[in-house]
Ligand binder design. Structure first.
Ligand code: SF4
Length: 297
């Protein structure tokens, strides 16, 4: 049995775990290729132009799997611990996938509501027919859930920018790479929330407590943690994403109060690399001038 996994959205957090879990069940995991223009165009044919870029991208990956695999594995993340929810579009992508795949390709979509492993176990039994094998495979794969150990190291004198954006945007080559290389070409080190421990990202101090979207709370907490130790903040906002634009406003206000240069990049399918690079270069020039003025004062 060949089971497809779209390389998008939550894949960038749970991908290695899913691949090992499926392989342990005796099924063949088929992961889609890295996002490219063709996959994005495919996605645009299946979802409304109103949805955010990551949903358009995952739609392309799902469409690419249709007919190539026996089933598509796409867990529906509803909420994690502490009633922290995924956004409605992320929850709803499973229904979009169901419509896109039709009757020809099965959709296996365990629903995650606080308990992460139990729905995976049940999906595993559905795929391999053996509770024992599903439990063993889950036990072997779960070590990959922890991810690599994180340790933020800030070197004195380095030029640093906090890049605040969803992991599924930053790690997707098509969206994140042009932005990352534009900063690096100018000699800047990028700090992302991936370098911060979960205790920081899930913290509930102050405004963070009222943020109920799990991934937005991570972004805001990362911003709060880093804003005092960087030369500027760049926030990636997906066009059509309500949570992103709301949280970005709070970050912008706070960065402004602290005098930290702030750049908000809005991403959609029309965002050209050249335009992004120009904006990043202008932002860095401005922030350098501001630092020189501050030092001279
Ligand atoms: S949080 Fe925003 S960018 Fe992410 S899936 Fe939801 S609407 Fe899209």
């Amino acid at each position: 049995m060949r089971v497809g996994i779209p390389r998008a959205l939550l894949y960038y957090r749970y991908g290695p775990f899913w691949e090992r879990f499926l392989a342990g069940l005796g099924v063949e995991p088929v992961v889609t290729r890295r996002t490219d223009k063709e996959l994005l165009q495919l996605g645009l044919q299946h979802v409304s132009s109103e949805v955010c870029l990551p949903i358009k991208i995952i739609a392309g990956h799902i469409a690419d799997l249709k007919g190539r695999v026996d089933a598509v594995f796409l867990p529906r993340m509803v909420w994690l611990e502490d009633e922290l929810y995924a956004c409605p579009k992320m929850i709803g992508i499973v229904d979009i996938a169901r419509m896109m795949l039709g009757d020809g390709t099965r959709l296996i979509a365990p629903s995650i509501k606080r308990n992460f492993l139990w729905p995976h176990f049940r999906a595993g039994v559905e795929m391999c027919g053996s509770p024992l094998r599903a439990a063993r495979s889950l036990a072997r794969a779960r070590s990959l859930l922890a991810g690599p150990p994180v340790a933020l190291r800030l070197e004195p004198g380095e030029k640093r920018i906090a890049l605040i954006g969803h992991f599924y945007n930053i790690e997707d080559d098509y969206i994140g790479q042009p932005i990352i290389s534009a900063f690096r070409k100018q000699g800047y080190r990028l700090v992302t929330k991936d370098e911060l421990p979960e205790s920081v990202l899930r913290g509930r101090q102050g405004f963070a407590k009222s943020i109920r979207w799990v991934f937005e709370r991570e972004l805001y907490n990362a911003f709060r943690f880093l804003v005092g130790s960087v030369d500027g903040v760049c926030v990636l906002v997906s066009m059509g994403c309500g949570p992103d634009s709301l949280i970005a406003e709070f970050m912008k206000e706070e960065a402004g109060r602290r005098g930290v240069p702030f750049l908000q990049l809005v991403l959609d399918e029309h965002t050209g690399t050249a335009g992004l690079v120009t904006r990043i270069e202008a932002f860095l020039e401005l922030s350098q001038r501001r630092q020189q003025l501050t030092r001279a004062a």
